[in-house]
Design a protein around this ligand. Sequence first.
Ligand SMILES: [Zn+2]
Length: 271
Amino acid sequence: MPELPEVEITRRGIEPHLAQRTITGVVVRHRGLRWPVPRNLGSILKGAQIRSVARRAKYLLLDCGKGTLILHLGMSGSLRVVPAAETPGPYDHFDLGVGEVAVRLRDPRRFGAVLWHSGDPARHPLLAHLGVEPLSGAFTGRVLHAASRGRRVGAKQLLMDHRLVVGIGNIYANESLFRARIHPRAPARRLSLARCERLAEAVRSTLEDALAAGGSSLRDFVQSDGSPGYFQQHYFVYDRAGEPCRVCGTPIRRVVQGQRATYHCPACQRA
Ligand SMILES: [Zn+2]
């Protein structure tokens, strides 16, 4: 599943091809995504100029002046820049054409989204209640600390609460907690300010390392070689049950927390 770093790398990959360009064609091959693609999308978009390509949480926002095209990659989606005339594959459900090239959505499981919003995108129902961006200056240990008081959840569930902070999925929650040396089940309400600051810093460095790793895959995705554009990384704990901790050698432990697999080092992350 594309996580926030993949979405940000995707944004950086498509931006030079789309920003300040005029939309010349829209092709919808399958309307049945997570929500139906609007029927009149082609007539809305054709001739519009894309002013900017932004991101909010895992949503890509293409500002078209009179409104915003909102894209989400869902569970299995990817965007690639292809020659507009390239023959589509069976899962290539949507093309946004800008002259000779198109940005093409491939989404085998069809949980992605292509939506149009004519008002302020920040007030769209999917975006209106989202928390702070983890890579922005607004995400601090103090914010985490204030939000965790009185919350009867574990530290991991706190990080994955998108009303507090967006875009931290299961992988990055596990990895950030390891870096901060905090047990995933540690009661959020008892985390000290110092530990919250360590955790916010760990989230930031984990995501920034992922972005750096993903930067090298950018070339693949604009060259449209068919690869999904997600990147492999060197995880500390995620999906490493039974393998030795990269810091202390203790076997990594897997438990299920809130129906999601949680990985931690019982020595580095004491309860
Ligand atoms: Zn360890």
